[in-house]
Design a protein around this ligand. Structure first.
Ligand code: NDP
Ligand code: PYR
Ligand code: MG
Length: 753
């Protein structure tokens, strides 16, 4: 794949992504403690004998005692890797690992990739069929036609767990949903549309079969392969292709497209030429779904047909018609009712649920998180994969269809309760962060990176620009910054805006501004000039103060306290605000906010109450209903002590204000976080474990945050600085490029600052 700036990354970056942290995209994590001799005895011999015997006596107990019921294998032989072709089993591993992690990310389905080195359908079938005891479901992937049809049919026959070739049925489900909506928007009746399908492989044949089942007449669909339209009696047509042969005078794809309403591309990069698109009917519907590069780029299609509705398989254009919208949720629903198969009813239910979801009004919190175009229309015919409603809507529709069609081994009694459970499988922070990143693109900001001679900072700044979050303003010595950019293989270093205090045109205005602020604080004009010239944080903050940047980011080369001192020479706190710091700990199913972790050594009651309210507001902006605990070593007076007064008074302040969220204190962390301990305090006003922890003082706050970062397995974001007049973020000196980028984007999007 050539470097493609349109996707926002280079080949080198894609390789680095796969190589870094640890090679590949997944690891296996134990779900039980594995620390003591006793754990070992329980997990392995002799304890493991108990579930072995139980399962031998009753196989259904495997769902209770093993990971089987939530485990899906993604299996390929690499014979049709995306649109890249037959590159073999090993080369397909990154795609299969990718699908495995998407299962986890979007639907909390555990998944492992399996690559089988054979092109012989029989060998493939035998290998997979033998694995039935291991898995709750089988997702076949990137196996070329026609072998995929033989393999899937045989495995569905042999296996008593759901088997789905996702390139066929997953793709068909999403395509059908998208097409239904595109027809709706262009006032077309599915029974009248003229369709040209390019590609006659796994995906194309399944999509065509499904849209015909939904009402598109057989004779209205011309299917093309590499040799052009498939007509009755044509050479090189197998039984699967011949099922879709129609008589037509067209001998090429170009001719077939004359007057066509819909182009469905499931073939290869660049197969559709702009000139041919010109010949399509009014308001043509173009689904160019080849991956990673579509049959036609949306811009090229729009250039010749501005009236077109265009969808691709990619996430970087509107209307991503990609099977990622389906497979995680389809398997989630199937696993939850222990379905023995994924049948037509379940597929149709999934397609309808997805199509309807796109037509529904997008709730405010989703819309604001996902940018402007979240309204049913030509640029939003299908929900985005990160839409947090998908799991609830699609999985419950699939589970219900499985039950109604008699293939569910277990039943869901209460669908309301099931939908709540589905929702709680995902941590909203991850969705909201994704949304924030999207939102940032629609409102790009000028972000001043104060330490642009640092490689970590430059990497973040490059991504800030390349991903479209805004314009990075790089503070540093021009030559040093240019050299570093060059070393980082940036092809156009001079296109970056570099602000060097040695020659910046803004220096005179900066000196004047700062001298006015500091002249009665013991600084001469000469002192001020030296500060402007030599202190990058002062210079960067002045760029922001004078309106040359919307916010700034620093912290890598100076301690937090020193950076704050320098920034404070230039920028004040927001009127009425109290600057303070939040660390956000992102776990699998929960996010916890910790404050004040950076600024106020001994906050008084008013300050604690203020910090609680502001942190609760940040939690809300990140998609969480805040539940605030004022932490202490003491729980409701036990033990008593001399430092509890401030905390109790802070709780009283909130009592008087009725701030609109749950809060409680004083309490030790176990009483705030551990449901069993919480039961000992039935009068506590927290309805569930707290997610906002207000610490009594800086000592405990800062060291807890740092300890959690060093010892915990959660991802940490922060410290995030709140309460300054302009967005200023100070990263830890140990920050990596993604940390810097996240804070820059959060600051730019107004989530913190
Ligand atoms: N967006 C999405 O969610 C999905 C997209 N896809 C994409 O669909 C494409 C096909 O995948 P899949 O069906 O699994 O692969 P297959 O190998 O089973 O099928 C490929 C088909 O594409 C045809 N083809 C290749 N190049 C051309 C061309 N230039 N013009 C016309 N036909 C062509 C082949 O023709 P012939 O029979 O003559 O060899 C074959 O019929 C890939 O690009 C893949 O990325 C697939 C699944 C999901
Ligand atoms: C998305 C997908 O499965 C494919 O392109 O093959
Ligand atoms: Mg695929």
């Amino acid at each position: 794949m050539a470097d493609d700036r349109k996707s926002g990354f280079t080949t080198r970056e894609a390789l680095f992504y796969h190589e870094t942290i640890r090679p590949g995209k997944l690891e296996v994590v134990a779900t039980k403690p594995m620390t003591s001799q006793r754990d070992l005895s329980l997990a392995y011999s002799p304890g493991v004998a108990a579930p072995v015997e139980a399962i031998a006596a009753d196989p259904s107990l495997a769902a209770r005692y093993t990971a089987k019921a939530n485990l899906v294998a993604v299996i390929s032989n690499g014979s049709a890797i995306l649109g890249l072709g037959n590159l073999g089993a090993l080369a397909s591993k990154p795609v299969m690992e990718g699908k495995a992690v998407l299962f986890k990310r979007f639907a909390d389905v555990d998944s492992i990739d399996i690559e089988l080195a054979t092109e012989d359908p029989e060998a493939f079938i035998n290998a997979v069929a033998l694995m039935e005891p291991t898995f709750g479901g089988i997702n076949l992937e990137d196996i070329k036609a026609p072998e995929c049809f033989i393999i899937e049919a045989a495995l569905r026959e042999k296996m008593n767990i759901p088997v789905m070739h996702d390139d066929q049925h997953g793709t068909a489900i999403i395509t059908a949903a998208g097409l239904l909506n595109a027809c709706h928007l262009t006032d077309r009746d599915i029974k009248d549309v003229k369709v040209v399908v390019n590609g006659a492989g796994a995906a194309a044949i399944a999509c065509t079969a499904l849209i015909k089942a939904m009402g598109v007449p057989h004779d209205n669909v011309i299917m093309c392969d590499r040799s052009g339209p498939i007509t009755p009696g044509r050479d090189n047509v197998d039984q699967w292709k011949s099922a879709h042969a129609v008589a037509t005078e067209a001998t090429t794809l170009e001719e077939a497209l004359n007057g066509a309403d819909i182009f469905l591309g499931l073939s290869a990069a660049g197969a559709l030429k702009p000139d041919w698109v010109k010949k399509m009917a009014d308001k043509p519907i173009i689904f160019a779904m080849a991956n990673p590069v579509p049959e036609i780029m949306p811009d090229d299609a729009k250039a010749v047909r501005p009236d077109a509705i265009i969808a691709t398989g990619r996430s970087d254009f509107p209307n991503q018609v990609n099977n990622v919208l389906g497979f995680p949720f389809i398997f989630r629903g199937a696993l939850d009712v222990q379905a023995t198969t994924i049948n037509e009813e379940m597929k149709v239910a999934a397609a309808e649920a997805i199509a309807e979801l796109a037509r529904e009004r997008v709730p405010e919190e989703v819309a604001s998180a996902y940018g402007k175009n979240q309204k049913f229309g030509t640029d939003y015919i299908i929900p985005a994969p990160f839409d947090p409603r998908l799991i609830e809507v699609v999985s419950s529709a699939v589970a219900k269809a499985a039950m109604d069609s008699g293939v569910a081994k277990s039943e869901i009694a209460d669908f309301e309760e099931y939908r709540t459970k589905l929702r709680s499988r995902l941590n909203p922070t991850t969705s909201v962060l994704t949304g924030v990143y999207n939102e940032a693109k629609s409102n790009p900001k000028r972000m001043v990176f104060a330490e642009a001679e640092e490689e970590v900072v430059l990497r973040a700044a490059i991504q800030y620009r390349d991903f479209g979050y805004g314009t990075p303003v790089l503070v540093g010595r021009t030559k040093a910054v240019l050299n570093k950019l060059h070393q980082l293989s940036v092809s156009d270093p001079s296109s970056f805006e570099i602000q060097n205090s040695a020659d910046s045109e803004h220096v005179p205005a900066m000196v004047e501004y700062l001298y006015k602020r500091l002249q009665r604080k013991g600084f001469t004009e000469r002192d001020v000039r030296r500060l402007v010239n030599q202190e990058r944080n002062v210079f960067a903050a002045l760029l922001v103060a004078l309106g040359h940047g919307d916010g700034m980011i620093s912290g890598l080369t100076r301690t937090f306290a020193q950076t704050v001192r320098e920034v404070n020479m230039v920028l004040d706190k927001k009127p009425g605000a109290l600057p303070f710091g939040i660390h956000m700990m992102i776990g699998k199913n929960h996010t916890t906010f910790l404050a004040d972790t950076t600024m106020n050594e001994r906050p008084d009651a008013e300050e604690l109450a203020h910090i609680a309210k502001e942190t609760a507001a940040v939690a809300r902006r990140m998609g969480h209903e805040p539940r605030v605990a004022f932490l202490s070593y003491s729980t409701f007076g036990n033990p008593s002590g001399q430092w509890l007064g401030n905390i109790r008074e802070a709780v009283s302040i909130l009592d008087r204000e009725d701030p609109g969220f749950e809060y409680e204190g004083e309490m030790a962390p176990d009483a705030a976080l551990n449901p069993s301990v919480m039961k000992l305090y039935p009068f506590s006003r927290l309805s569930a474990p707290a997610n906002v922890l207000i610490m009594p003082g800086l000592q405990s706050a800062n060291l807890s945050a740092k300890m959690l970062r060093e010892l915990g397995s959660n991802a940490t974001v922060g410290p995030m600085l709140l309460g300054m007049e302009k967005p200023v973020q100070i990263v830890p000196m140990t920050a990596l490029a993604p940390d810097v980028l996240t804070l820059a984007v959060l600051a730019g999007a107004g989530i913190v600052g």
